[in-house]
Design a protein around this ligand. Structure first.
Ligand SMILES: [Zn+2]
Ligand SMILES: [Zn+2]
Ligand SMILES: [Zn+2]
Ligand SMILES: [Zn+2]
Ligand SMILES: [Zn+2]
Ligand SMILES: [Zn+2]
Ligand SMILES: [Zn+2]
Length: 468
């Protein structure tokens, strides 16, 4: 089954190609057109309403061939449509519509209408029911009667719903369900962008939208090389669980010697009670020994075994904080350095009038800022990679590469942020711009070495990750 071919667009339809070969940027309207085309093709063969075709196509992941194969397998078209819940099981007794009687739902007298299954209600009840479903984010609407599986075709939904806001919402839901069912389509996560990226394959890789947003096509996060989507997810979950409290805990608490729960010291007394309800161990804050044994005797003995567990638990927390603080440090720098873009632009205007500096050299500066951001992001991710990485020779090499890239990145940052913006002497400026160019090439070189080493290691299966 190859559902990709069904949504192949001509290049002239797309807004542009990004760097990755075969990546297209599509608009909401592009997709609606594509859906409409597929629907009318199917409609010619199946001879049912367009709204029914849409439901059938959605069920077959918009793979026309798969849908038609199934269709031709069934000798009886009605059986095929029944199996898809687009026509009712029993359709002999079509009621004459509308029927003037009491509505079963609201018990008010009215003119009842309904679906081919014969389930009836007043128009207000239908409208309220369908609106609720759409507001709940449901694309398909079943019959209102609980046990009836009949799906309402789009024509029926549009007949009952007149509110343009609800109708627009449903339009969004329909296109969204089209995007979500196709592995090679993904909404751009950029703010208010609304474009859809069509990738050549669904494996993790970096894509760029026409709005400038770069993201991992597989998981939708910011680019996270060299970390895999899975490790990134683990890390983010860990940070969410741990980071708020981890720093505070490391400074203000000790771990209960029995259950290892962190305990805060809130009074001067050294007799501590573990707050873990299933533990309630009492111990001495100074030596961590059982208070039953310890009592108010002098605190002067030492238990090497207990001390070892406590130290180990604390070491795990310290280890995590080591990586987390560096990860966060580079992330904070990345945010702060966004301001550099504007500052450098301003500086460039001034530099235009310097006689000794060529315009080509000046134009190199924005590229240097971009390189700096790329390296900051890489540095962040190297700390996730290193946190999970089991120690071996290759890990040592990785750390050496990480260290070199980090130093070079800091130097580039220093040139751009401090020296460049404060410098004005012509001769010095010329040297500085030369330095920026050299450093920029150097960090790109270091980054490539680090990345290549990771890729090579993956190919040779040398990376061992401890997943906690
Ligand atoms: Zn009613
Ligand atoms: Zn029904
Ligand atoms: Zn975008
Ligand atoms: Zn990813
Ligand atoms: Zn305890
Ligand atoms: Zn006390
Ligand atoms: Zn003690």
């Amino acid at each position: 089954m190859d559902s990709d071919d069904d949504i192949q667009l001509n290049d002239s339809d797309s807004d542009g190609e990004s760097e990755e070969k075969g990546t297209q940027i599509l608009s909401f309207a592009d997709l609606e057109t594509k859906m409409k085309d597929a629907i009318s093709e199917i409609q010619d063969i199946l001879e049912v309403k367009p709204g029914v075709c849409r439901i059938l196509l959605q069920k077959h992941k918009w793979d026309k061939n798969s849908l038609l194969e199934r269709f031709y397998e069934h000798p009886d078209t009605n059986e095929f449509l029944k199996a898809a819940n687009v026509i009712p099981e029993e359709s002999e007794t079509f009621p004459e519509l509308p029927v003037p009687t009491d509505c079963d739902i609201c018990c008010m007298p009215g003119e009842l209408t309904g679906l081919a299954c014969g389930h009836l209600a007043c128009i207000d009840c239908w409208r309220a029911y369908i609106s609720d479903r759409i507001n709940d984010g449901k694309c398909e609407v079943e019959c209102m009667t609980g046990e009836c599986m009949l799906l309402m075709e789009d024509e029926k939904v549009n007949f009952y719903i007149t509110d343009p806001i609800i109708l627009e919402k449903r339009r969004q839901l329909i296109v969204n369900s089209y995007v979500e069912i196709n592995k090679c389509l993904r909404w751009c996560p950029g703010k208010n962008c609304g474009k859809i990226i069509k990738a050549a394959h669904s494996e993790p890789h970096l894509v760029q939208c026409s709005c400038g947003t770069q993201f991992c096509f597989f998981c939708g996060n910011d680019g996270h090389e060299p970390v895999s989507c899975r490790l990134l997810k683990l890390w983010e979950k860990k940070c969410l669980d741990d980071s708020e409290t981890a720093n505070w805990i490391s400074v203000h608490t000790k771990d209960c010697p029995k259950c290892l729960a962190p305990i805060e010291k809130i009074s001067g007394c050294n007799r501590m009670l573990c707050r873990n309800p299933s533990c309630k161990f009492q111990f001495c804050w100074m030596c961590m020994r059982d208070w039953d044994v310890h009592g108010y005797s002098p605190c002067n003995s030492y238990d090497p075994k207990k001390e070892k567990d406590r130290v180990k638990n604390r070491a795990n927390l310290d280890r995590y904080l080591f990586y987390y603080n560096r990860y966060k440090g580079h992330g904070d720098s990345l945010k702060l350095e966004k301001k550099l873009v504007k500052a450098v632009e301003t500086k460039m205007e001034v530099l235009q009038h310097h006689s000794q500096i060529s315009w080509a050299d000046v134009q190199y500066l924005p590229k240097a800022v971009e390189t700096l951001s790329t390296c900051r992001r890489t540095m962040m991710n190297t700390y996730i990679f290193a946190f999970y990485l089991e120690h071996n020779n290759h890990a040592e090499m990785f750390e050496a590469n990480q260290r070199d890239l980090e130093m070079a990145t800091e130097q580039l940052s220093g040139f751009l942020e401090q020296d460049l913006l404060s410098q004005s002497g012509q001769e010095k400026m010329k040297t500085l711009i030369q330095n920026v160019q050299d450093k920029c090439r150097y960090v790109e070189h270091r980054r490539k070495i680090l990345m290549d080493h990771v890729v090579e290691g993956t190919e040779h299966d040398v990376w061992v990750f401890r997943e906690e």
